[in-house]
Design a protein around this ligand. Structure first.
Ligand SMILES: C[S@@+](CC[C@H](N)C(=O)[O-])C[C@H]1O[C@@H](n2cnc3c(N)ncnc32)[C@H](O)[C@@H]1O
Length: 260
């Protein structure tokens, strides 16, 4: 598939480092950037919108669990993960964003981890229960790098653990002269420049099919897809739970019984 990339991962990291030195609230979450109170409230609201529904639907008590956030930034969401989960690993590619996060979030149960923008190398296999990502994958220029993150998430999740993430999955069937451009953009992961209150940002649409493939190949089963064809599509994926043998003696007996 042809790649029409204008930037690579290092360019993006540099840009986020630069944003951390400017009006970082506006760059991270423009809609709630007028004050620290509004910014903090947006994190609490988004925890209620995007995390609590899954925990309630699955009957999960996060108090004993470890969460990992991909692209934690200044900890807008990590703060509320910390309040609810036993421990949090806040991963981001921008050292400068994380530096602000460390100052903003007083919680002691968080580990701030700077990565290379591509994988979760420093995190052990099967070591976390829940992974979350919001407002991050749309900034990654190469669709394959997003798939790598999905595979990495599958690696570090414990069996039965959940990956909950947002991707930009806007429709490519609009009418008018832009139609062809939108189809190409969606298909080949070409950036669209979105002008918003935080300035101009390149955002990259992602096909749900590519995410299905990445999940399927890495042992994650998609349980729900929400708000498909919007800027804020959400995927809930679960790592297959390993069935424990409840009674080893009974299990052995049943295996013997099946032996011809
Ligand atoms: C719009 S902010 C969102 C931050 C946070 N998820 C939130 O909801 O407040 C995007 C964050 O993603 C980080 N980021 C961008 N590309 C990344 C990558 N490839 N790997 C890890 N973090 C990345 C940026 O440094 C920035 O902190």
């Amino acid at each position: 598939m042809p790649k029409m990339l204008t930037k690579n991962c290092n360019d993006i990291i540099k840009e986020w480092d630069e944003r951390a030195q400017g009006d970082w609230r506006r760059s991270v979450w423009a809609e709630a950037s007028e004050s620290e109170e509004a910014f903090r409230a947006s994190g609490e609201r988004d925890y209620g919108r995007h995390i609590r529904p899954l925990l309630s639907a699955q009957g999960i008590d996060p108090g004993k669990l470890v969460a990992l956030e991909i692209g934690a930034g200044v900890g807008r969401m990590s703060e509320f993960l910390c309040r609810n989960f036993r421990g949090v690993v806040a991963v981001d590619a921008s050292r400068k964003m994380l530096r602000i996060g460390r100052k903003r979030v007083a919680a002691k149960n968080v580990l701030w981890l700077c990565n290379d923008g591509k994988n979760l190398q420093a995190v052990a296999d099967a070591s976390v229960d829940f992974i979350f990502s919001h407002g991050v994958f749309q900034h990654i220029p190469c669709a394959e790098d997003v798939a790598v993150y999905v595979r990495e998430a599958a690696r570090v999740l414990k069996s039965g653990g959940w990956l909950v993430f947002q991707v930009m999955n806007q429709p490519h069937f609009s009418v008018g002269p832009w139609k062809a451009a939108l189809i190409v953009s969606h298909r080949f992961h070409v950036p669209r420049v979105r002008i918003h209150r935080g300035g101009a940002l390149e955002v990259y649409p992602i096909r749900i099919g590519a995410m299905r493939k990445a999940c399927g190949e890495s042992g994650l089963e998609i349980a729900r897809i929400l708000h498909r064809f919007t800027q804020n599509a959400w995927i809930w994926a679960r790592k297959a739970a390993i069935q424990a043998e409840a009674d080893p003696v009974e299990a052995r007996a049943s295996r013997l019984a099946q032996t011809p």
